[in-house]
Design a protein around this ligand. Structure first.
Ligand SMILES: Cc1cc2nc3c(=O)[nH]c(=O)nc-3n(C[C@H](O)[C@H](O)[C@H](O)COP(=O)(O)OP(=O)(O)OC[C@H]3O[C@@H](n4cnc5c(N)ncnc54)[C@H](O)[C@@H]3O)c2cc1C
Length: 372
């Protein structure tokens, strides 16, 4: 027997975290007639200025949720990815892999993170969004949970979805104290005006320039609909501080083997978002009977396969479908983990492979996930 419709509409669902995973999940639940309250620690919803590639299994959910037209308007279809040397010699030019049963689906949609999160939040009733709420403790009573926030408020819920990122409070309090693993790399990200990119992004090809000597690389993601390009530098670094203080001269030094045009682009940027890059090892379990992890909280992965945000969105879609299909919340959480975890475990492993000049494919995921 399924969770009856009346029961579904009366469920008290709380989402902790208003990043891409939490926001997408609120939209997915709304699409199943489930109201969720979303609690975010920050005073405003703000996303890093950077592009991400939305993949067909993710876009399928956007169609289900009725937001595809808007996504299409605010994104760009890319058909190819290239791996190039740091000086611009093309080593690999490859179509995006086929991850669905539709042979036409060899593409990604390139979108600015802020546009994506805006589209999600525009779907949600404003009274369901609670900013300035940092969850600091959670008590699991088996069939319900009590969540406490640092502003003194607390709420009770039948289901808590912890989408609170790689340093998840909920994960550390309830499931395991898995520590994030430092990748010994930093990412420096910015969005630049297309006209200042020396025609390095003339079409919708997603490019990765790789320095064979240092392993440093530069992602070039065109966002033509915005007349912009997302520019993402990934470099080796021993400094493990989460938000490293990095000066522009340090960034330029990391790029000294790169094409002078790339150096000039980097030189012109004033505001980089600088982050140390961490992931976690796969967890054994994501959920209790009334609390579950989702997105980076459950399976933070490195960015080399471009799958972290995609996975978080797909988690939200699958979780909402599992609640729709199950007889109880514990059963729904079991179905959700069984459907999602084998995939994200694999992506966590694959994502530890950075792009390399000697690589045979731009998409190591092909060997595991490409539809035959
Ligand atoms: C350089 C780089 C490039 C990337 N490129 C891609 C790409 O191309 N494609 C892709 O799919 N993915 C990409 N990713 C990965 C992607 O950014 C993440 O996987 C994704 O943002 C995870 O979303 P999330 O909602 O799970 O977590 P987050 O985005 O971390 O959101 C967590 C939210 O929870 C809030 N929060 C945290 N703790 C609490 C608390 N205690 N109480 C209340 N709120 C809390 C935070 O403020 C935040 O808003 C990239 C990552 C990096 C670093």
């Amino acid at each position: 027997m399924r969770l009856k419709e009346k029961k579904i509409s009366k469920l008290k669902v709380v989402i902790i975290g208003g990043g891409i995973g939490g926001a997408a999940t609120a939209v997915a639940l709304k699409n199943q007639g489930i109201h969720a309250d979303l609690y975010e620690q920050a005073p405003v919803i703000k996303e890093v200025g950077a592009g991400i590639g939305m993949r067909p299994p993710t876009v399928k959910f956007f169609k289900d949720w009725g937001i595809y037209n808007e996504i299409e308007r605010k994104s760009e279809k890319s058909s190819f990815m290239q791996i190039l040397t740091s000086t611009g010699e093309v080593l690999i030019n490859e179509e995006w892999p086929l991850l669905t049963n539709n042979p036409e689906d060899r593409w990604a949609r390139l979108i600015h993170r802020a546009d994506l999160i805006d589209i999600f939040f525009n779907q949600l009733p404003s009274e369901s969004i609670h900013l300035n709420h940092k969850c600091d403790s959670i008590i699991d009573y088996g069939d319900h949970a009590e969540i406490h926030f640092d502003n003194g408020n607390s709420v009770v819920a039948d289901l808590v979805i912890a989408a609170d990122g790689i340093r998840s409070t909920v994960r550390s309090k309830l499931f395991s104290n898995v520590e994030p693993v430092y990748s010994h790399t930093h990412a420096y990200r910015a969005v630049v005006e297309e006209k200042e990119t020396f025609n390095l992004a003339p079409d919708n090809t997603f490019k990765v320039f790789v320095d064979g000597e240092t392993g440093n690389h530069v992602y070039f993601m065109p966002l033509h609909h915005r007349k912009q390009v997302s520019f993402d530098v990934t470099v080796s670094s021993a400094d493990a501080s989460w938000r490293p203080e990095v000066e522009k001269k340090d960034i330029l030094q990391c790029l000294e083997n790169f094409d002078s045009k790339i150096q000039k682009i980097a030189e012109k940027i004033d505001n980089y978002t600088c982050r140390s890059i961490y992931d976690i090892d796969p967890l054994e379990r994501w959920h209790s009977d009334c609390i579950t992890l989702l997105g980076d909280a459950a399976h933070a992965m490195l960015h080399h396969q471009g799958q972290g945000a995609n996975s978080a969105i797909q988690d939200g879609g699958v979780l909402a479908e599992s609640i729709r299909d199950a007889a109880t919340i514990p059963e729904a959480l079991q179905i959700y983990q069984a459907r999602r975890k084998p995939i994200t475990d694999k992506y966590q492993e694959l994502s530890r492979r950075p792009p390399k000049v000697e690589a045979k494919t731009a998409f190591p995921e092909k060997s595991v996930f490409e539809t035959p």
